[in-house]
Design a protein around this ligand. Structure first.
Ligand code: NDP
Ligand code: 2IT
Length: 444
């Protein structure tokens, strides 16, 4: 059996009941085969792939808090500190009822390679809780965040592990978490990113994942001899990533015709009016259905089906495994020619393979959505310097990083003779730097 297959089998055997983690590891190892085969002895001797697929540390803890009825609630809290070869652990916190160890391990594993692609010194981590912020009062969210941080603060620090937002964790939650960290540790430091602008946050961080997604999309289009202006775009989700991907796509002349949430989707052939979406989602914390109540040209459909809307470009920005083979076939049949993942692993493996086998240009999340964590890295830099850069300065740096990621991914795909295979390109380019650092640091 090849080294890569051996390691995959080992991951499956030793991590039972963790399908998302297996899926993420398989996709990466399949891509790395062409690299590992050339240097099998070196990597095998160092146990490199066994180490890469085993988190350095997983912290799991109880999160007790009291709801508005005075009832004690208990949630599970986690931090997966996956790999610190190239820098302190870095990655978001997800608060969603679906959160479990498998999902956080898949996300932490992906984060290692994503952070490497940014070129910034950040290791890979992820954390979160099965807490559901939906429908909770601000006081309940604060009580939960304070309890969560009371344990988490023992394990993180500006030079150790720097969490940020993800699904269910935005500016409000980061504020509550930062306040509690400071209160317990007495440290006013860049321990979290995505902070408010009045206490160490960076301009552009709110927009960064969505804007970065469009910046890399522009590079993909350029390479294909096309441009964004005039293209019809379908975006799934209606959270942070989806909203700012839509905003930048519209600024560059594209027409965004659909958005969704976990209940259903809205289709507006006239083009989505983002000010209305922001009011529903960011201010009222409402449902995407309300968009169709407010806009005459829009239609709401409950349940799945967003991928049956005809479009040129698809940007899945909700959550993992929400775009399957049937969806991929429907997209192709309706003329979609390009897909860039704003979410982490939103397409199933079968869908990804279908895109690649059927001439649809496909950029995986670890490259396409890296603008968020890259700008978190820029927030860390500003915190260390005790300076704040302007919007234009951060935006220019973000643009430069996304261009550079495209170039690295494209170059790795060409070097290994799989031109246009951005899945392989992203996995290989991300892996090379991490592997080099791990080999240099000895067995640890
Ligand atoms: P938000 O919480 O702001 O929004 C999440 C969106 O996804 C909502 O529209 C939500 O709908 C939808 N969603 C969540 N779970 C499901 C589900 N099970 N089925 C269908 N829809 C669902 O999160 P973000 O926008 O920040 O994150 C979106 C994706 O982008 C995630 O995969 C995240 O890991 C990834 N990402 C985020 C980054 C960031 O900086 N925020 C950076 C890089 C990647 P509903 O309201 O109904 O739950
Ligand atoms: O998936 C991701 O890259 C994020 N949620 C952002 C992580 C970060 O540290 O900004």
């Amino acid at each position: 059996m090849s080294y890569v297959d051996e390691v995959y089998q080992r991951v499956v055997d030793r991590n039972p009941g963790e399908p998302e983690f297996h899926q993420a590891v398989k996709e990466v190892l399949d891509s790395l085969k062409i690299v590992i085969d050339k240097n099998e002895d070196k990597y095998r001797k160092a146990g490199l792939l066994e180490r890469l697929t085993e988190p350095e540390r997983i912290i799991s803890f109880r999160v007790p808090w009291v709801d508005d009825e005075g009832k004690v609630q208990i949630n599970k809290g986690y931090r997966v500190q996956f790999n610190s070869a190239i820098g302190p652990y870095k990655g978001g916190l997800r608060f969603h009822p679906s959160v479990n160890q498998s999902i956080l391990k898949f996300l932490g594993f992906e984060q290692i390679l994503k952070n490497s692609l940014t070129g910034l010194p950040m290791g890979g981590g992820k954390g979160g809780s099965d807490f559901d912020p939906k429908g909770k009062s601000d006081r309940e969210v604060m009580a939960f965040c304070q309890s969560f941080m009371t344990e988490l603060c023992k394990h993180i620090g500006a030079n150790t592990d720097v969490p940020a937002g993800d699904i269910g964790v935005g500016g409000r939650e980061i504020g509550f978490l930062f306040g509690q960290y400071k209160r317990i540790t007495k440290l006013y430091e860049g321990v979290l990113t995505g902070k408010g602008l009045s206490f160490g946050g960076s301009l552009v961080r709110t927009q960064a994942t969505g804007y970065g997604l469009i910046y890399i999309l522009v590079e993909m289009l350029k390479a294909a001899g096309k441009e964004l202006a005039g293209q019809t775009v379908v975006i799934s989700g209606s959270g942070n990533v989806a909203i700012y991907a839509a905003e930048k796509a519209q600024q560059l002349g594209a027409k965004v015709v659909a958005l969704s949430d976990s209940n259903g989707y809205v289709y507006d052939p006239e083009g989505i009016q983002l000010d209305i979406v922001k009011d529903i989602k960011e201010v009222k914390r409402g449902r995407i259905k309300e968009y169709a109540d407010a806009v005459a040209s829009a239609q709401y459909t409950a349940g799945k089906g967003i991928w049956t809307i005809p479009c040129d470009i698809t940007l899945p920005c909700a959550t993992q495994n929400k775009l399957d083979l049937e969806d991929a076939k429907a997209l192709k049949a309706n003329g979609c020619f390009m897909v860039a993942e704003g979410a982490n692993m939103p397409s199933t493996r079968e869908a990804t393979d279908f895109f690649q086998e059927n001439g649809i240009v496909f950029m995986p999340g670890k490259a396409a959505n890296a603008g968020g964590v890259a700008t978190s890295g820029l927030e860390q830099s500003q915190n260390s310097l005790r300076l704040s850069w302007t919007f234009e300065e951060v935006d220019e740096r973000l643009k430069g990083i996304m261009k550079d990621i495209f170039a690295k991914v494209n170059d790795a795909a060409n070097r290994y003779d799989v031109p246009g295979n951005y899945v392989a390109g992203a996995n290989i380019a991300g892996f090379e730097k991490v592997a080099d650092a791990m080999l240099a640091q000895g067995i640890c």
